[in-house]
Ligand binder design. Structure first.
Ligand code: HEC
Length: 443
């Protein structure tokens, strides 16, 4: 609320840059706000989208204007919690609005949310079908889609899990370019998360784990593997699904209904076959535990913090970071500690974390942290079991480590490219050269 009042005051005093840009001081839907909404909100707030209301026209938006102002000023919408001004800011698939767009929306609402000049036409949003894959524009349709086995979810009851195998359909070792996991249709309301790993069958018919494929949790966008590295999916592999669902679901579709034939799908975009030979380094996505599940105990009306460490005996690049917790977790961070200098570097901070939205924060390859051998990734997560936490269903409960939605978890998913000393030095040199170039260009 504070932000809103401040921005409102600035706008009223004619001080916000957005307000200054307007000659007559009026910010209207047609002149400014329609574009911002179309580019940032309509993807979810439309017919068939996951948002509870539609923002496709001025008439649909107008009644929601005051609430829009609050949600936008508090950075709750678009739903992408990641702190500004701390650590790496260049992320792929970053939904955050610029401060200027936020100020514009707030100033517009403070001025009565006018439509503006009817002759100005707001360009329509350029959007895929809501059931489409997220990377269609970048990479076309997935090379293959791997569905889970359908399962019915009743209207009421306890959390449910479905663990089963399906063939991956991969016939020669391949490198993954991008991957997205998507519940099909109404399944999005009951699927809490879905892990998928790749396993290979031993000669005696038992299964051996090869590695993690990807992890889906509500609201997740997908993952892109950086150029030049291979996240392998091997020939003849099986995909092991582990899907966590809860009856009754969330959102407008599932409340009080049985949902039949829930299917989760993996969309896989693969590199050509010969990429396996070309890619110099391997990348993997793994779960890094922050503390033991048994040590996670949060008192009623209390707080908790966990901290974990991870280092490697070879240099690495951190490609993405996704903290994981449930309803009491409200913040997470990633830092790197350099034992040689004693310095700690802040990489990512997510205050205002919410279990409704799980994002894999994908660092732009030019800024993804390059970590020398022996440096330490420091992972921290915070938990708020008081009534002040809006996601908390019951502050009077003891909360323990466990996998039900009402339990807590403390780990992070991190994609790591495993480098060698030569590759590490080369990447460092490339960054220095790029810095020099940009300094020279700004002279
Ligand atoms: C990725 C999908 C997505 C995007 C993008 C998105 N929303 Fe939402 N929005 C939702 C969902 C889902 C809800 C309901 C659940 C919730 O409140 O988190 C919601 C709820 C809301 C609410 C109602 C909150 C309440 O308290 O009832 C407002 C207002 C809102 N969004 C505004 C916006 C605006 C404005 C934008 C763009 C600047 C935007 N949203 C972008 C998915 C989205």
């Amino acid at each position: 609320m504070k932000l809103r009042v401040l921005a409102g005051l600035l706008a009223a005093a004619g001080m916000s840059s957005a307000a200054l840009a307007q000659e007559d001081g009026q910010i209207s839907y047609n002149s400014h706000v329609g574009r911002i909404i179309n580019e940032n909100c309509v993807v979810c707030h439309r017919e068939g989208g996951i948002g509870p209301m539609r923002f496709e026209t001025y008439d649909q938006i107008r009644p929601w204007a005051p609430l829009i102002s609050v949600r936008v000023a508090n950075r709750e919408m678009p739903p992408y919690a990641y702190d500004h001004g701390i650590g790496i800011q260049d992320l792929q698939g970053d939904w955050r609005l610029s401060q200027e767009d936020i100020d514009t929306i707030v100033a517009w609402v403070d001025q009565g949310a006018p439509l503006g000049d009817p002759d100005l036409v707001v360009p329509p949003p350029d959007l895929n079908d809501p059931s489409e894959w997220n990377f269609v524009d970048a990479f076309g349709e997935p090379t293959m889609v791997i569905p889970s086995i359908p399962i019915d979810i009743p209207a009421t009851g306890n959390d449910m899990w479905s663990n089963h195998y399906v063939p991956s359909g991969i016939t020669s070792d391949r490198c993954i370019k991008a991957i997205q996991v998507k519940p099909r249709g109404d399944a999005k309301a009951v699927v809490h998360h879905a892990n998928s790993s790749v396993e290979l069958m031993r000669e005696d018919g038992t299964m051996e784990r090869y590695g993690q494929l990807t992890e889906y949790a509500m609201g997740k966008w997908g993952e892109i593997v950086p150029e030049g590295v291979c996240r392998t999916i091997p020939a003849g592999s099986m995909v092991r699904w582990s899907i966590h669902m809860y009856p009754g679901g969330v959102g407008p579709t599932a409340q009080g209904r049985m949902i039949r034939d829930n299917v989760v799908e993996i969309g896989l975009w693969l590199h050509d076959e010969d990429y396996v030979e070309q890619a110099r380094y391997k990348q993997d996505l793994k779960l890094y535990r922050i503390s033991e599940q048994d040590d996670l105990v949060i008192p009623p009306n209390g707080y908790h913090m966990t901290q974990g460490f991870q280092s490697f005996d070879h240099p690495v690049r951190v490609d993405s970071f996704q903290p994981h917790g449930h309803l009491r977790m409200n913040a997470a961070s990633l830092e790197i500690f350099y034992p040689e200098t004693g310095r700690t570097e802040q990489i990512s901070q997510i205050s205002n974390w919410s279990a409704t939205w799980h994002h894999s924060h994908i660092y732009e390859p030019e800024v993804a942290p390059l970590v020398p051998a022996g440096a330490v990734l420091v992972l921290k997560q915070w938990y708020d079991n008081t009534a002040a936490n809006p996601n908390n269903p019951d502050p009077d409960q003891w909360v323990y480590g466990g996998s039900r939605t009402g339990d807590e978890m403390t780990h992070a998913w991190i994609a790591i490219t495993h480098l060698d000393e030569e590759g590490y030095q080369q990447l460092l040199a490339e960054r220095r050269a790029a810095e020099q170039r940009s300094l020279a260009a700004s002279d």
